[in-house]
Design a protein around this ligand. Structure first.
Ligand SMILES: *[C@@H]1O[C@H](CO)[C@@H](O)[C@H](O)[C@H]1NC(C)=O
Ligand SMILES: *[C@@H]1O[C@H](CO)[C@@H](O)[C@H](O)[C@H]1NC(C)=O
Ligand SMILES: *[C@@H]1O[C@H](CO)[C@@H](O)[C@H](O)[C@H]1NC(C)=O
Ligand SMILES: *[C@@H]1O[C@H](CO)[C@@H](O)[C@H](O)[C@H]1NC(C)=O
Ligand SMILES: *[C@@H]1O[C@H](CO)[C@@H](O)[C@H](O)[C@H]1NC(C)=O
Ligand SMILES: *[C@@H]1O[C@H](CO)[C@@H](O)[C@H](O)[C@H]1NC(C)=O
Ligand SMILES: *[C@@H]1O[C@H](CO)[C@@H](O)[C@H](O)[C@H]1NC(C)=O
Ligand SMILES: *[C@@H]1O[C@H](CO)[C@@H](O)[C@H](O)[C@H]1NC(C)=O
Ligand SMILES: *[C@@H]1O[C@H](CO)[C@@H](O)[C@H](O)[C@H]1NC(C)=O
Ligand SMILES: *[C@@H]1O[C@H](CO)[C@@H](O)[C@H](O)[C@H]1NC(C)=O
Ligand SMILES: *[C@@H]1O[C@H](CO)[C@@H](O)[C@H](O)[C@H]1NC(C)=O
Ligand SMILES: *[C@@H]1O[C@H](CO)[C@@H](O)[C@H](O)[C@H]1NC(C)=O
Length: 493
């Protein structure tokens, strides 16, 4: 209730709002990171598609794939590739880290390290906890950024940029005033044969990429066995051929993770079998690939619980087979075969399969996540190659009504109970103090306040149940690389 009155006073007395905003970090512009081809080897040969980070002094360049299940930034050790000259390996991993090359690297013992404690370790992994300097493509940089050097990353698997609920990356960019808030917006770009770069915006979103209304989904309905925060219930998957449509999802709904770390769809074996059946799949072909003459020609309509519908067009989910060449470049590898953007898991034990709506789903949808508000949002994305400069992005931020920022750094967990950020807020809409406007604001605030209470009621479960569910590490299992080079099942172990 206190927060409610503070916010109310902010709207009624604009001057007060300005004062408080100045002490928060809403003055900081959102941080935009393009999801694009990044050259990750010093000789310019190895290229990986991802979000660019320069780590250490001098910078070592990395290309990381966003991951909603990771909480820490895990990098591959240069020794995993033998040497920096192993370009196919370096490209596949999106860069490798050589700590002895960086004058600012400082190794910590785990207990003293200030990254996120949430990530679990695997028994076989070897982890080094350290802090180093990082640079973004813009001028921004952070000192003492927490990193994990992990020699357990599966060969050919790209490193992930952590966008999980306990992300030390989101914590560091907000604490260093590089981004205004921990909320983020993502368009995955287009990975079809005519590719387009995507973009991740921290502390904001890009309205130029949003083509319709946002649908809102709650966080923390942990019905899946994986630590995946963005879970949705799929109620229908229609495969539409020009002459006939098929429902691929039989009786039961399917709970799936939205996870851009993987490019493809993972459906239940049942759905994949049905798809194989209606597309006359020849199982002598590897994965879900077809001879060009028998390429599936339909599109796919995916409907979520609240009737949010996405049509995945044929040209985006059926394409000539691609894979890595010797430089780690992503190229057509067999022009007589097409592959689908669906993981082939028809033979798998259904209880081991974790459905995923991967990067391809986020080619068609713009995603906005604000963990502190307890929800995330999807809207149809504007596709196509258009200019969206970082000028276009809009902040997602409400001034933090806390004390001055020079005192103790991060707010205590209890403040999490009072969501500070409320979806997408367009700052400065209430400028005047005309009576009518105040009435409108009062109504709005009351409604928002009530919505927040509802959201809080939905957020009862995560930590306790999360512990029981033994959150396994998924960091190492899937990536664009792996998803494309071996079109087989990629279970999220
Ligand atoms: C390159 O890295 C791969 C691992 O991805 C390794 O198997 C191979 O031996 C390395 N090649 C050289 C020349 O070090
Ligand atoms: C790491 O960097 C050091 C210092 O530049 C260099 O001597 C060493 O060979 C590098 N290690 C690898 C595996 O490339
Ligand atoms: C997750 O983050 C919250 C603060 O955002 C922190 O209090 C909590 O301890 C973290 N959990 C773990 C397991 O690190
Ligand atoms: C990331 O943090 C969340 C929230 O604390 C946790 O449920 C999840 O298991 C963590 N992710 C990993 C990979 O451990
Ligand atoms: C980098 O900083 C300089 C000077 O501070 C500024 O003029 C320039 O616009 C900045 N560039 C970007 C991409 O932010
Ligand atoms: C984490 O620790 C490093 C080095 O110990 C320090 O430079 C950095 O400021 C710390 N970061 C945060 C967010 O506390
Ligand atoms: C999807 O396919 C059906 C059948 O071919 C067609 O009628 C419909 O227009 C297609 N929709 C889109 C968005 O491509
Ligand atoms: C519909 O078209 C597909 C190929 O597009 C063909 O394999 C199938 O036999 C057709 N079905 C009917 C009922 O005509
Ligand atoms: C496809 O489904 C039909 C009806 O269930 C079945 O008779 C047929 O054998 C299936 N075909 C394949 C290739 O699985
Ligand atoms: C979704 O659509 C179906 C049929 O069009 C309708 O019966 C149902 O009420 C809708 N559900 C919601 C949540 O809008
Ligand atoms: C990125 O590189 C791949 C080759 O690895 C190329 O096919 C693609 O066109 C490039 N994407 C863009 C947007 O330039
Ligand atoms: C392409 O795939 C087909 C079918 O798997 C195979 O017969 C052919 O040899 C492949 N061609 C190349 C160049 O790999």
């Amino acid at each position: 209730m206190a927060l409610f009155w503070i916010r109310l006073s902010l709207y009624i007395f604009p001057f007060l709002r300005t004062v408080i905003a100045a002490s928060g970090n809403c003055d900081v512009a959102p941080l935009s990171l393009p999801w694009s081809n990044v050259t990750v080897s010093a000789n310019g040969v190895a290229v990986a598609r991802g979000l660019e980070l320069g780590i250490g002094s001098p910078n070592q360049i990395f290309s990381l794939r966003p991951s909603t299940t990771l909480n820490n930034t895990r990098l591959s050790n240069v020794l995993d590739c033998g040497s920096e000259a192993n370009t196919s390996c370096v490209g596949g991993k999106g860069g490798v880290y050589n700590s002895s090359k960086s004058s600012t690297c400082s190794v910590s013992i785990k207990d003293r390290w200030n990254g996120s404690a949430a990530d679990t370790e695997t028994a076989t992994g070897s982890y080094v906890y350290l802090n180093d300097f990082i640079d973004f493509q813009s001028n921004d940089s952070i000192w003492g950024f927490p990193l994990v050097e992990d020699s357990d990353l599966v060969s050919g698997t790209q490193s992930g940029l952590p966008l999980g609920q306990n992300s030390s990356f989101l914590a560091a960019v907000t604490e260093a005033n590089v981004a205004p808030s921990k909320a983020w917006g993502l368009w995955a770009g287009d990975r079809s044969l005519s590719p387009i770069d995507g973009a991740l915006t921290i502390g904001g979103y890009d309205p130029g990429r949003v083509a319709g209304n946002f649908a809102t989904f709650p966080l923390g309905t942990w019905t899946l066995q994986q630590p995946c925060p963005l879970q949705v219930t799929v109620i229908s998957i229609m495969y539409n051929q020009p002459n006939e449509s098929f429902e691929l999802l039989s009786s039961e709904n399917m709970v799936a993770c939205i996870e851009p770390f993987q490019d493809r769809f993972t459906f239940t074996p049942d759905v994949v079998n049905k798809f194989a059946n209606v597309t006359s799949y020849d199982s002598s072909y590897r994965g879900l690939t077809y001879p060009v003459a028998q390429a599936p020609d339909g599109n796919m309509t995916i409907t979520l619980e609240n009737n949010y519908t996405t049509v995945i067009s044929n040209s985006k989910f059926v394409a000539l087979e691609r894979g890595s060449d010797q430089f780690g470049h992503f190229q057509i590898t067999n022009s007589s075969v097409v592959e689908t953007e669906i993981v082939y898991n028809a033979q798998s034990d259904p209880s081991t399969v974790q459905p995923i709506l991967g990067g391809i789903f986020l080619t068609f949808n713009y995603l906005v996540v604000d963990y502190e508000s307890g929800h995330f949002q999807l809207a149809p994305a504007v596709q196509g190659n258009q200019h969206t400069g970082s000028q276009a992005v809009r902040a997602i931020c409400t001034p933090t009504p806390t004390s001055n920022p020079s005192s103790s750094s991060s707010p205590p967990l209890s403040s999490q109970n009072k969501p500070r950020k409320t979806g997408i807020i367009v700052g400065g809409t209430v400028g005047g103090v005309a009576g009518l406007a105040i009435m409108g604001v009062l109504v709005l605030l009351f409604r928002r306040h009530r919505q927040q209470r509802r959201v809080q009621e939905l957020r009862i479960e995560p930590s306790d149940r999360g512990a029981q569910l033994s959150p396994n590490v998924l960091s190492v299992t899937s990536s664009e690389e792996a998803a494309h080079s071996s079109p087989s099942e990629l279970p999220l172990v």
